[in-house]
Write a protein that binds this ligand. Structure first.
Ligand code: GRF
Length: 208
């Protein structure tokens, strides 16, 4: 059973989808730790309800960025975390953690990267930008995390149509429904040891 840590900053619907996928046997993993960036986060209620340990790290509580990063890494190691899912986590992951979990940190983005990504592109802003551009499709990207925003190698991408009468909210809801399907699927590929990364080329092996 792969031990996963889920990083959150908000309501945690993707975290909930991960828990459901585990419960239904679609994801061979155990969420052993939930990490947030502030004390009050909706997703912590989900952790509480499911008896999952949760904690938060605020950069301002640490003397240096290095100490902050090391504290996160130490928590991950304490819980023997093998794989990290960023599920609506608003902070950049530090170098120490990225190095410690090379190609083992996945993020979900509510658009088809490299379009509509990067610093400042989050939440409803993404969907406003998609509609503002006049795109006919949008979608979801699950990608590996590197040290820039939204630039890591994609693992899975899936399209949803953009409808003529869409508002940012209706588009967000259609995208979110797809997010809830593909994040557990992408995590499962790692749990089955099917992913091989060679530079920007990602190969999904047939068997583990
Ligand atoms: C999702 O849209 C995800 O793609 C983005 O942040 C949002 C988090 O939503 N990275 P939730 O907290 O999982 O409901």
């Amino acid at each position: 059973m792969t031990k996963i840590a889920v990083f959150v900053s908000g309501r945690g619907s993707n975290f909930q989808a991960i828990i459901e996928a585990i419960g239904e046997g679609r994801l061979a993993a155990e969420v052993v730790l939930v990490i947030g960036d502030k004390p009050e986060i909706g997703a912590f209620d989900i952790a509480k309800k499911n008896g999952i340990h949760y904690t938060y790290f605020n950069k301002n509580d640490f003397e240096s960025e290095e100490n902050y990063d090391s504290a996160i890494l130490a928590a991950l190691e304490k819980y023997q975390v093998q794989l990290i899912a960023l599920a609506g986590y608003m902070k950049k992951i530090g170098q120490t953690v990225i190095r410690g979990y090379k190609n083992r940190i996945l993020n979900i983005h509510p658009a088809l990267l490299p379009s509509f990504g990067g610093a400042g592109m989050f939440g409803v802003r993404v969907h406003k930008a998609v509609l503002g551009y006049g795109s006919k499709v949008s979608g979801v990207t699950v990608h590996l995390v590197d040290d820039e925003y939204d630039t890591g190698v994609p693992i899975l991408q899936r399209c949803v149509p953009v409808l003529e009468d869409d508002t940012p909210e209706t588009l967000a809801a259609r995208v979110l429904a797809e997010e809830h399907k593909i994040f557990p699927e992408a995590l499962q590929l790692f749990c089955e040891n099917k992913i091989e990364v060679n530079g920007r080329k990602l190969i999904v092996r047939k068997a583990g």
